[in-house]
Design a protein around this ligand. Structure first.
Ligand SMILES: Cc1cc2nc3c(=O)[nH]c(=O)nc-3n(C[C@H](O)[C@H](O)[C@H](O)COP(=O)(O)OP(=O)(O)OC[C@H]3O[C@@H](n4cnc5c(N)ncnc54)[C@H](O)[C@@H]3O)c2cc1C
Length: 455
């Protein structure tokens, strides 16, 4: 029988693992709860109206249409029986199971609210297309609400945006909201002046972009402040609600900021399937819920079970696209070698290709080996790298056109927002995630029956 490989997750890890198995004598089943491969590094551009969701999320089925040893199925994996080698999953209410000879688990990580998941309702994270579209509705909606306030103080509250977390995503979001306010929306309103919007970036660390080192952190902070972003460091968020958030500074003083539009870009939490397989194999999980893998990326006593990408914890491999891609290729090579009875690859080692973050139009920072780039040069490097990364996806041309529009004219063509995007999270929270199929059939939903936690 042909060797069956099940890959869970179609992010950078899962997708690149499937592609790396293209020539292997295996039958691959790729299972993901979404229909697309998501290019997470550009989510902030969907949230701020530069790109459409389709441009950063091509259909997985289409990407793999010529790879005949791979089958794509859409489904939510609910459990994995490690001893029996079976993955249990379902699409809406239809339950299925997929037996495997090798399993690659690449379900990534989600946003961590550090034990306060209730904040998510008021401060969405940035991990999925749903998140980005909800944030787009909230950001543009805040300007709309400000325009119809009679009280100028109230209007200013609507125009106060708070981004929590000063890593690359937080820096990019804060910079882009400022760009929207300063440039894109500058002439679109009659009663408010969008450039008077307040954008606050908060972090518990003493610097922005800690992973980039002090020099680039200081440069980024300076550039953000020049743009008009208030950078508040050494400060913890102590509560978040519908009208604002409370902060506690390092000196013990407390502060409340009134804001209806908050963005959460701090902390990651490994997908719960990681903990579930760790418990079955005796592997450990770290504080972020990532699975501590063996040097060959498998789990103890299970050479057929690989955990890769953002879900794996090994040495100091960061949760970045390159970590996922390199671990995916390693797992695929290892499976191919095992089937062929050949030499197994040496332990996984990560090759750091550097990090980049954009701050605003024509401004970025990049740390590549010993090289530190800032300003326009770093931005150009960012542009070229991202064009290369989306090469191979047909969205490359339309993305380039949108970027030209946005960079040359300050215009943004993706400003559509809908009520469903705005309220969808609340509806899902109330109805649970088993409701889609009954809703598609037009049945009445009983919220209490529909509840069932999702991994
Ligand atoms: C906003 C943002 C910006 C980023 N910017 C950069 C950057 O500039 N440069 C960089 O290198 N990295 C960046 N990263 C990190 C990078 O995107 C990740 O390291 C990478 O996506 C990890 O790949 P992965 O395959 O491990 O996980 P993911 O890409 O998260 O994929 C996980 C997949 O698993 C699926 N899944 C989860 N649970 C289930 C389940 N129960 N059943 C079925 N399917 C499931 C999900 O739908 C998803 O498709 C960024 C991340 C974010 C969120």
């Amino acid at each position: 029988m042909t060797h069956r490989v099940v890959v869970v997750g179609s992010g950078f890890g899962g997708l690149f693992a499937v592609k790396a198995l293209a020539k292997a004598d295996v039958e691959v089943t790729l299972i993901d709860k979404s229909s697309h491969h998501l290019f997470q590094p550009l989510l902030y551009q969907v949230a701020t109206g530069i790109l459409s969701e389709g441009e950063i999320a091509p259909a997985t089925r289409e990407i793999l249409r010529h790879q005949h040893n791979a089958r794509v199925v859409q489904g939510l994996v609910e459990s994995i029986d490690v001893a029996a080698h079976v993955v249990h999953w379902r699409f809406h209410d239809t339950e299925r199971e997929s037996p495997y000879d090798s399993l690659i688990l690449a379900t990534g990580a989600s946003q961590s609210y550090f034990g306060h998941d209730e904040y998510a309702t008021f401060a969405p994270g940035m991990k999925s297309i749903d998140d980005a579209l909800e944030l787009r509705s909230r950001i543009f909606g805040a300007f709309e609400l400000a325009e119809i306030q009679d009280d100028s103080e109230k209007a200013q509250e609507m125009l106060t945006f708070v981004v929590v977390g000063a890593g690359p995503t937080g820096v990019e979001m804060a910079g882009q909201i400022r760009e929207l306010a300063n440039r894109t929306l500058a002439h679109d309103f009659r009663r408010i002046d969008p450039s008077k919007a307040r954008v606050v970036l908060v972090d518990g660390a003493p610097q922005v972009l800690p992973a980039f080192g002090t020099q680039l952190g200081a440069k980024t902070k300076h550039e953000l402040e020049r743009l008009g972003v208030e950078v508040v460091l050494d400060t913890m968020v102590t509560s978040v609600d519908d009208t604002g958030l409370a902060l506690k500074h390092a000196d013990g003083t407390e502060q409340r900021i009134a804001s209806i539009c908050k963005v959460w870009a701090a902390g990651v939490q490994g997908n719960p399937l990681g903990k579930a397989v760790a418990e079955q194999t005796g592997a450990e999980v770290d504080r972020s819920g990532r699975v501590k893998v063996l040097p060959d990326l498998t789990l103890p006593g299970h050479p057929e079970l690989y955990v890769i990408g953002d879900l794996m914890a090994i040495d100091s491999v960061p949760g970045v696209a390159q970590g996922a891609i390199q671990s995916a290729r390693y797992a695929a090579d290892s499976i191919t070698a095992r089937i062929a009875g050949g030499t197994m690859p040496t332990p996984f080692s990560y090759s750091d290709k550097g990090s980049m973050a954009t701050i605003s139009k024509y401004q970025a920072v990049a740390s590549i080996g010993k090289l530190r780039l800032t300003g326009f040069l770093a931005w150009l490097a960012w542009l070229l790298l991202h064009l290369l990364m989306i090469a191979g996806f047909k969205q490359q041309v339309s993305t380039l056109v949108r970027w030209l529009l946005s960079f040359l004219s300050n215009g943004r063509s993706e400003r559509v927002t809908t009520n469903q995007q705005l309220v969808g999270r609340l509806a899902m929270e109330q109805l649970g995630n088993r409701t889609s199929a009954p809703l598609m059939r037009g049945e009445t939903i009983n919220p209490t029956r529909a509840q069932r936690p999702s991994p």
